[in-house]
Design a protein around this ligand. Sequence first.
Ligand SMILES: Cc1ncc(C[n+]2csc(CCOP(=O)(O)OP(=O)(O)O)c2C)c(N)n1
Ligand SMILES: [Mg+2]
Length: 547
Amino acid sequence: MAKASDLFVKALVAEGVSCVFALPGEENLDLLESLRTSNIHLVVTRHEQAAGFMAATWGRLTGLPGVCLSTLGPGATNFVTAAAYAQLGGMPMLMITGQKPIKNPKQGHFQIVDVVDMMRPLTKYTRTIVAADAIPARVREAFRVARQERPGAVHLELPEDIARDSSDAEPIPASYDRRPVADEKSIARAVEAIERAHRPLLMVGAGANRKLTSRVLRAFVDRVGIPFLSTQMGKGVIDETHPLWLGTAALSDGDFVHSAIDACDCIVNVGHDVTEKPPFVMHGPKPTVVHLNFSPAEVDPVYFPQIEVTGDIANAVWRIAEQVTPQPHWDFSYFDRVRMALGDHLARGADDDRFPLFPPRIVADVRRAMPDDGIVCLDNGMYKLWFARYYKTRQPNTLLLDNALATMGAGLPSAIAAKLVHPRRKVLAVCGDGGFLMNSQELETAVRLRLDLTVLLVRDDAYGMIRWKQAEMGMANYGMSLGNPDFVKYAEAYGAHGHRPANAAELAPTLERCLGATGVHLIDLAIDYSDNKRVLGDELAALTASL
Ligand SMILES: Cc1ncc(C[n+]2csc(CCOP(=O)(O)OP(=O)(O)O)c2C)c(N)n1
Ligand SMILES: [Mg+2]
């Protein structure tokens, strides 16, 4: 007979778990003891939300569910935002929470929240483990469901008396399983729609960033010659320095990508689903939208594709590429103009030397400092739009951003997880002064783990993104200004290194130095958002109208 908590850990190991992000409580102590004697790396964090963001990012980057652990009640409620982050972002993640004894409770309702029910709308699967013998099946099912397309969050509650029980059950091995492939008739329909169109376009969404689709998509574009654009979470699947790149749907409207979409008559939408902010809004029968994804399209007032190709993306793209014959009636001349105008526009501001810094200059300096496989992890704020629009992403999952829950606070935790998954790659978190302070305590975790990591903190002393929206809506500037600590001293108090460029020219060498050094570095960088409206609003509207 084995102790139930040992069996639980054995089942985790059988699923390939090598790291657990945790903020333990007394209800987890048996499980913790079983983890102590396993080969699993325990990463203790300073907030459960951060542990959850890390586990979700682990899942996002590896495809294997990331695992996080918390106590009952307050620990579990702190997981809620991370659960939504994983669920909406399509990131496989398992949350394990403790619970008081269920067979013989002795403390009334102290700290008791119905965690399983609380997790129901935020997860694909949530269960209490009520018997030690049930552990193998529950763990296997949780992992199977978390990984299955579309991936997401799952939750298991392990009460302390069950954890202390014993069982002679063994973990259930994973079955041999392949993703189903699309039906030949749906492929034929897609091919026909593409060939019949005059101006077909390819759109790459988040789902394409989850699996190994990069090579086939690139081959599709090269062979068929159709221009492509991407959603924010689809960035990097095809190298954005490719000559057929038409940009990223970073803004809601009025950008060059939207002109291209308005002009096209067929969009092959690969890996997109409605949890990501819509890259385009469907109004009627034009354009023909071919939804190509692991799962069928969820119909929404703004998304109701006419053709669905459901099945493994890579396989479907490869088969379509084999069958599509480039057509003499295809006319990409308008898209060529869009591409030229976009290229000109993106180059503007890259060497602007104002201080505080102009966002395109920051993006340009970061791009020059980061190797192609370096990972930039964004929190949520105004700079996300600038990065999504300007940062030419060259490899899959090298610009991690959240355009699904779009929560603040995930920048630093996701960078910590990215560094743990890819210890040899350069990792840079980019955070606003608002979002950074939501989980800045994790600087301690990064320092304790001896990670080599840089945080670029763009400081406008405000909730800049909302201030921008407020101005766009013609409202008075109100309720957005912030005071801030001295971030250099703040970093140093954690045992990290603080830097504060004093002019635009100092940013590039500071980035270079931090990314090349060991340890945790924070760059406190003053940013100037005063041109948001001019560049992203008025200027773009005029330019796109004149195409
Ligand atoms: C958890 C959470 N709270 C609130 C919001 C709404 N929100 C989006 S961006 C933003 C401001 C972000 O400020 P900051 O991090 O300083 O970035 P900035 O826009 O100033 O560059 C807010 C409040 C959110 N997305 N997530
Ligand atoms: Mg700010």
